[in-house]
Design a binder for this molecule. Structure first.
Ligand code: ZN
Length: 113
């Protein structure tokens, strides 16, 4: 499962960092998952709980920020929110939209006890 491998790599990265910082228990993790990142947030939360078991991140509170997608039209330069990769320009109607943001998938911060 896609979300499971994401959850595991996030936990691995955070646990490594926590060990460097002295091995305290991780109490919270803030993630940024763009709406165009192709990740099911509910599924990720579920996988996260399972993947964190028996690690320093067990029981950590997961906070997920979901920034909207934004695109820019290559024809007229307009910028606007997009909900898919096949977006249509809201001002000129062309399908030459470059995705500028919304594909983020990153750990913003985490808290160690
Ligand atoms: Zn346009």
């Amino acid at each position: 499962m896609h979300e499971m491998s994401i959850a595991m790599s996030v936990i691995e990265a955070v646990v490594d960092k926590a060990r460097e910082e002295g091995g305290g228990k991780i109490t919270g993790i803030d993630l940024v998952v763009g709406r165009l990142a192709g990740v099911e947030v509910e599924s990720l939360k579920f996988c996260f709980g399972a993947a964190a078991r028996d690690t320093l991140a067990e029981g950590a509170e997961l906070v997920i920020e979901e920034p909207e997608g934004r695109g820019r039209c290559e024809a007229c330069g307009a910028e606007f929110p997009v909900t898919s990769f096949y977006a249509k320009c809201s001002s000129c109607g062309q399908f030459r939209v470059k995705i500028e943001s919304g594909q983020e998938l990153a750990v913003r911060s985490f808290t160690i006890e």
